[in-house]
Design a protein around this ligand. Sequence first.
Ligand SMILES: [Zn+2]
Ligand SMILES: [Zn+2]
Ligand SMILES: [Zn+2]
Length: 325
Amino acid sequence: MELRKDPVTQSWVVLGKRDSLGEAHDCPLDPEIVDKQPAILSYPAEGTWQVRVIAHPDPLYRIEGEPSRLAEGMYDKMGATGAHEVVIECRQHDKRMSQFSDEELDRVLSVWGARIADLKKDSRFKYVSIFKNQGALAGEEFSHAHSQITATIFVPRRLKYELSAAYDWYKEKERCIFCDMVRQEEKSGKRIVDVQGDYYALCPYASRVPYEIWVMRRRHNHLFEQPRAGSNRKHLAALLGRVLRRLEKVAPAFHLVVHTSPNTRSKKGELAGYWKTLADDYHWHIEILPIVEARSKSYSIKEVYFNAALPEQAAEQLRAIDPNS
Ligand SMILES: [Zn+2]
Ligand SMILES: [Zn+2]
Ligand SMILES: [Zn+2]
């Protein structure tokens, strides 16, 4: 595996062939198999685990190596140094995240946070991504409920866009762009799908796909992995569960990503400019991108998203769905 940077778009691309794992026989994430392998983390730590983190059996990134860049004429490349882990979210093979109890969901959220915090101790890593692809249309890698974690020596491009937009907004207004967004959405209510405590689920104003949902807390915090006092993550777990149950009625698959602040232990490279106000200008959130059948109604034309569903109508429709039925 190697990383190459597109000098025009500044995107890093992972290049190389991966083995096809296949799931012909036993599920590689079932407890009988996983219990024979070293665990990175188990939760609960004592007794029977519900959530377990293991190294990805066919990783995109490998932990060894130094992130040194090599020039190839005008181009930049690096070895694919990083971490790639699998979070097994429950022991049962046929249980989807939407079927988890609030407590089970809360445990998954805690494990995500714990892994981000731990991986950020390694100053080589500039960003830790948590993502979940559920359903064949989302390209899920295993059918067993799981999410994945990657720690990379670069900040993914989408994050860089968000960081620089948040930085610019703050520089001009001395306010967090995400806090401003939640306040406006709160006021209008049109695009809010559900609320629990301080946590909001909303269809973003410029939704890229039908039923796109962002889940965020109305109080400011740039670090998902470091809940502030009184942030009551049980509310987040309950809200996320209801959101997933609603989405299940309208879309067979989804991508979910946690967006949190990059690693400030990493002291070199492209992050430098964002540092001073990062804690004030960036705000963690979870983005869920459902995939409606066969991408018939949402696709990108000439790289501009086209979405046939207005977020106001999507939010209204999702609000009307009973998440407990
Ligand atoms: Zn399984
Ligand atoms: Zn904020
Ligand atoms: Zn984001």
